[in-house]
Design a protein around this ligand. Structure first.
Ligand code: ASP
Length: 465
């Protein structure tokens, strides 16, 4: 018989159905057994009566988390047993037959609680069980819905999603690269992308005009807060768009997705307030201000834009480095200083960041689309002519073939989701996250590889911990 989802049982009262899923809870009352059954769509109570002796025999054996196929009659519950406000609180399954599809070991932890009482290491080691808990199921579903909404919204606005390479060359985003050895060219390495920054700009040169990607980014950073070695960005780039256009479009998308997908949330102010970097530092002491009027309200979202960032700052060795992105353009009125390499510390970038409740959830800028301006930025950062050619030659070449003015932005999708779900860290909104030390406890990665693999790559490990 065709399978019925648990959420649809109410449409089958008085009929016989087949439900497939897991045993959530089992209560043996001697003469009869109650089973709460669970599938992706919800839960329902089932009762196995003495009149169905064969089913009762199986019901006495089954345990929580066993996978079963149950055929049953859908009955209305007697008035006194109705539980209002609960899915299927007014119906009950009268079990006719139980087929065990798979048995289960006693789970290492409770999968029906919210899981916050369980040690995270255990949760991550058994993530496939942890993901069964309703809270994480909801988080995964919201993540999907947000991605879907973004795709539909941007598609409607003329964007196309384009995948960019994972095996690529080092990009100067300011973090350490993860590198991948080449077997064919021993001694050479690919880098995993810290972001699709250069590819998306090259797509603008290619005439794509409106690009986006829900993109994985990899940065080999030291353990810091709840960062992940790999994380997800909503990455976009637009040609012929001004800063104002990009901010407006992103603001509209953020508002729409909050209102449609998390309607219980209230956005504190629309349009989003704007604050300069200088003001933010003076008033809040940081560049991602928490502007919430009431920090006890879990449903309050205080978005704001931070603008007018300095382009350069001094690095550890006293040289200049970029604050956000070496490909950014300065504000028009600072272009002259950039070209003359004067008053470097005062040059402001076209950078715009979006902050939410004290977290930076996105950032972008208008780019230098003229090769000579990009060269100046790189020179200020201390690059020699040779190093500019070796590292950025492809960008400069591309910009010399009719690059349109362009700009973009990237959102940290994991962080946005964590705020929207009131989760304390981004691991709660990522299906298979790594620990703070960058380990995947379930797969046991990173791990050693065989001597043959190393030999093929021409790699000798000099020091093992
Ligand atoms: N690539 C930048 C980042 O990863 C975002 C951007 O400017 O579009 O932060």
């Amino acid at each position: 018989m065709e399978r019925t989802y648990i959420k649809d049982l109410k449409n089958h009262i008085g009929k016989e159905v087949t439900v497939k899923g897991w045993v959530d809870v089992r209560r043996d009352q001697g003469k009869m057994v109650f089973l709460d059954l669970r599938d992706i769509s919800g839960k329902v109570q089932a009762v196995v009566l003495p009149s169905h002796a064969e089913a009762l025999e199986v019901a006495e054996r089954v345990r929580p988390e066993w996978v079963v196929s149950v055929s049953a009659q859908v009955n209305k519950r007697p008035e006194r047993n109705i539980k209002a406000e609960v899915l299927n609180g007014d119906i009950e399954l009268e079990v006719l037959n139980i087929e065990v599809l798979n048995e289960a070991e006693t789970p290492v932890f409770d999968v029906s609680s919210d899981g916050r009482e369980i040690g995270e290491e255990t949760r991550l080691k058994y993530r496939y069980l942890d993901l069964r808990r309703p809270r994480l199921q909801r988080n995964m579903r919201l993540r999907h819905e947000i991605a879907l909404h973004i795709r539909n919204f941007l598609s409607k606005h003329g964007f196309i999603e384009i995948e960019t390479p994972i095996l690529t060359k080092s990009t100067p985003e300011g973090s350490r690269d993860y590198i991948v050895p080449s077997r064919i060219e021993q001694g050479k390495f690919y880098a995993l992308p810290q972001s699709p920054q250069q590819y998306k700009q090259l797509l603008m040169v290619a005439g794509t005009e409106r690009y986006f990607q829900i993109a994985r980014c990899m940065r080999d950073e030291d353990t810091r807060g709840d960062r992940q070695p790999e994380f997800t960005q909503l990455d976009m780039e637009l040609s012929f768009a001004k800063k104002e256009d990009i901010m407006k479009l992103n603001e509209e998308l953020l508002i729409e997705l909050v209102q449609k997908l998390v309607p219980e949330k209230r956005i504190q102010s629309i349009p989003f307030p704007r604050i300069t970097y200088k003001e933010a530092m003076e008033k809040y002491g940081n560049d991602k201000p928490d502007m919430r009027e009431d920090k006890n309200d879990p449903n309050l979202l205080a978005f704001c834009w931070v603008i007018d960032f300095p382009f350069f700052e001094k690095d550890k060795n006293g040289g200049w480095t970029f604050t956000h992105n070496p490909f950014s353009a300065p504000m028009t009125e600072h272009m002259e200083n950039l070209m003359k390499k004067e008053n470097i510390g005062d040059i402001l970038a076209t950078q715009y960041d979006v902050a939410l409740n004290g977290f930076e959830i996105g950032g972008g800028s208008i780019r230098n689309h003229k090769p000579e301006a990009l060269v100046k930025v790189l020179e200020i950062m201390g690059h020699s002519e040779d190093s500019i050619r070796a590292n950025f030659g492809h960008m400069l070449d591309a910009f010399s073939y009719g690059a349109p003015p362009h700009g973009g932005i990237a959102w940290g999708l994991d962080r946005l989701l964590a705020v929207l779900t009131n989760e304390p860290n981004i691991r709660e909104v990522i299906a298979f996250p790594k620990t703070g030390e960058g380990r995947d406890l379930m797969m046991e990665a990173p791990s050693e590889v065989s001597a043959e693999q190393l030999q093929e790559l021409g790699i000798a490990v000099s020091k093992k911990r």
